[in-house]
Design a protein around this ligand. Structure first.
Ligand SMILES: [Mn+2]
Length: 320
């Protein structure tokens, strides 16, 4: 990867004020990468504000400095915007203001490992590596080649992102490079035990009850080689669970051998239906399936949003 454009931008001492944007429905990769990038930029004398349109989820609130992530900003305060792990423009949560930044010629940098999307043509510097396990793996490379200091705090941030995006080193993106980087981060003082305790072993009673509902409704599709389950808004409300509590259960669903994919369908608070797809198989690209419904994502994990509600019909469910 060639970072020369990025580095000469960073070396420009006239450009001081940076805005970092994590994606909506934030995960450990976007949060870890935003915090690590922020620390690194501060080390080299920049002023940084990190932004996320939604709250930092509980499991990532052990990362140092998460409280500093804000949810609003004034565009005029910044000389550069860095989009981190965003995937597409809508996921930034600040679509209008990013378009405005573009029209005001504020430099926008994109650091990501998602496939080509609508952010690419908008930005001045694109740092994309689709082969990277996570955006944190890319940020590690950027800091290291810049001869920046990976302290224990940055190391934990970055390892948190690699850990979450590889499903705790279980998915096929846990490549030799990802594991080499993880080893270097451990040597730099990253706290893997704290990461796994918080990210993998952090379930509220509401979440366990919700997973109970989802797993109880698992069915095999008659027409496709996939298993699916559904959750209505009423289910979520009854046990006071949140959408974030659904993360993870679709991975359990995809543990059934011989199934090509798993699909979890649930009603969102704003009256839509969201589909979350996973596969452990190399024979299917679930982002292509999601694209049929105008969604997207990765080969192994993807999602889509459609209009509608879920209704119970006999022993099954119907999207209306
Ligand atoms: Mn990611």
């Amino acid at each position: 990867m060639n970072y020369s454009k990025l580095y000469s931008h960073l070396e420009n001492s006239d450009i001081e004020n940076y805005l970092l944007i994590a994606h909506e429905r934030p995960d450990g990769d976007t949060i870890g990468a935003v915090l690590a990038t922020g620390e690194f930029l501060r080390q080299i004398g920049k002023k940084v504000i990190a932004i996320c349109s939604q709250e930092v989820p509980e499991p990532f609130r052990f990362l140092a400095g998460w409280q500093k992530i804000k949810s609003d900003f004034l565009l005029a305060d910044f000389q550069t915007i860095i989009l981190i792990d965003n995937g597409d423009l809508k996921r930034t949560g600040y679509l209008d203001r990013i378009r405005l930044a573009k029209s005001r010629r504020v430099p926008i940098i994109n650091i990501d490992h998602h496939p080509k999307n609508d952010i690419w043509k908008l930005v001045s510097i694109n740092i994309i590596n689709e082969k990277a396990s996570s955006t944190c793996e890319i940020v590690f490379d950027i800091i290291k080649k810049f001869a920046g200091k990976i302290n224990a705090e940055i190391a934990t941030d970055l390892l948190c992102g690699i850990y979450t995006d590889t499903g705790g080193f279980q998915h096929s993106n846990a490549t030799p490079i990802a594991l080499d980087v993880a080893a270097e981060l451990l040597s730099a003082g990253a706290n893997l035990k704290k990461i796994s305790d918080n990210v993998s072993n952090f379930h509220s009673i509401a979440r366990l009850m919700l997973w109970g509902i989802v797993l109880d409704r698992v069915q095999k599709s008659k027409n496709f080689n996939l298993i699916y389950s559904v959750v209505t808004r009423a289910d979520l409300e009854k046990i006071a669970a949140t959408d974030a509590d659904l993360a993870g259960v679709v991975n359990i669903m995809s543990s059934v051998p011989d199934e090509l994919a798993s699909l979890l369908i649930y009603e969102t608070a704003d009256g839509k239906i969201k589909g979350s797809l996973r596969t452990e198989s190399n024979r299917i690209d679930v982002s292509a399936v999601a694209a049929l419904f105008a969604g997207g994502g990765h080969k192994k994990a993807a999602g889509f949003v459609v209009d509608g509600r879920i209704e119970k019909v006999g022993n099954g469910w119907k999207v209306v």
